[in-house]
Ligand binder design. Structure first.
Ligand SMILES: Cc1ncc(COP(=O)(O)O)c(C=O)c1O
Length: 379
């Protein structure tokens, strides 16, 4: 299995002093106080034992209500929802319970680093589908048709997207839904950034389309929405048969998710959502600061992220590959980013900037990048 290209840059970044960090894909906010209080209270109340493999009933009910309210997905709390250790475990269980040896799995390129690894671990063959910059990194039917064969079992998609910050149009989702239903291909829709969507944009879940619940495993997370990455909690939603298979596996992997995290998750869903709105407002300010700053750097072009907290500027005018460019930026400009090639062949010619950091850090990083580019790539 290949080592993640993201880890490589993380290791290098640790060794360089005075860096501005734009490589980290994790909220810098603290977990909201009412969620922390609920976790502490859960400990005091003795919620330190196993729960059912699928998760606390109370939590599955809260998730079912949220799915109806926000995603237009109608999922039965007993049988169509599985609480997992972050979306990561949901991705693993999805891959393991759907992929047979040598099944082909379509993965987004550029895409989140773990998809390829999850497919390989399950014995499948990852088949990248290009997400084109000229299509705003949307997943298009023309491109899917070119890579799908009789051996295709699963199509993995991720919107709002890491690393591109793109969202997908509802019309595209409809076309994809018709296609996969005809071919009996399952969709694994990874949606951890569902609530990080900037004004004027919208996120749609493919499982909300008629008949798609059984054809999709939808994966959600508490990590990014509520700044609780370390609590390790997320969930998978699908038809009863797939969730039954995944729950069976869950028993032998982790038995159940940490009970305190499950109680915290109930508080997150049932408590006030003003914390989510406040964080989104701040991310919007940061996104605008990144885009405004980058617009002044002539050798880069950058699409405005519609969701998540990543910008994915095109650096191909530098004439360098993304690893060379990212390494020089780290060593000379003292700004850590992730080379686009870490996200697949189609990520080449880009770098990923995470704006899960303060506006002050963003302005300083952009200042350093601009100075470095002006010096290194004079017009
Ligand atoms: C697209 C995507 N999927 C899944 C994850 C995993 O998140 P978690 O396991 O914390 O829910 C991440 C984390 O960065 C991500 O960017």
């Amino acid at each position: 299995m290949p080592r993640s290209g993201v880890r490589e840059i993380f290791d290098m970044a640790r060794a360089v002093p005075d860096l501005v960090h734009l490589e980290i894909g994790e909220p810098d906010f603290s977990m909201p106080t009412h969620i922390t209080e609920a976790a502490i209270q859960a400990l005091r109340d003795g919620f330190t034992r196993y729960t059912p493999n699928a998760g606390l009933e109370e939590l599955r009910e809260a998730i079912s209500e949220k799915l109806k309210r926000e995603n237009e997905i109608d999922a039965d709390p007993s049988g169509e929802i599985l609480v997992t250790a972050g979306s990561m475990e949901a991705l693993s269980l999805s891959a393991l319970s759907t992929i047979n040896e040598n099944d082909e799995v379509v993965i987004p390129d550029p895409g989140y680093v773990s998809y390829e690894a999850e497919v390989l671990l399950a014995g499948g063959i990852p088949v990248p589908v290009p997400l084109r910059e000229e299509n705003d990194f949307g997943l298009k039917m023309d491109d899917i048709e070119k890579v799908v064969t009789k051996k295709t079992r699963l199509l993995i998609m991720n919107y709002p997207s890491n690393p591109t910050g793109a969202v997908i149009r509802r019309e595209d989702l409809k076309e994809i839904a018709d296609f996969v239903t005809d071919r009996d291909i399952l969709v694994l829709s990874d949606e951890p950034y569902e609530r990080l969507v900037y004004p004027g944009n919208r996120h749609y879940s493919i499982a909300a389309l008629p008949g798609m619940l059984e054809h999709t495993i939808s994966v959600f997370s508490f990590s990014k929405t509520y700044a609780m990455t370390g609590m390790r909690i997320g969930y998978a939603v699908s038809g009863k048969e797939l969730i039954r298979q995944m729950t069976k596996m869950q028993e032998h992997y982790v038995a159940c998710v940490n009970t305190v995290a499950q109680k915290a998750a109930v508080a997150a869903l049932r408590g006030p959502q003003t914390c989510v709105e406040a964080m989104l407002k701040e991310y919007t300010r940061r996104r605008d600061a990144v885009i405004e700053g980058l617009s002044k750097i002539k050798m880069m072009t950058c699409r405005k992220p519609a969701g998540a907290f990543y910008a994915f500027p095109n650096i191909s005018k530098s004439g360098q590959d993304s690893k060379t460019f990212g390494t020089s930026l780290l060593e000379e400009a003292k700004v850590a980013t992730v080379p686009g090639a870490a996200f697949g062949r189609r990520g080449e010619g880009h770098i990923r900037l995470s704006f899960a950091t303060s506006v002050q850090n963003i302005r300083e990083a952009i200042r350093r990048i601009a100075e470095y580019c002006a010096k290194t790539f004079p017009e």
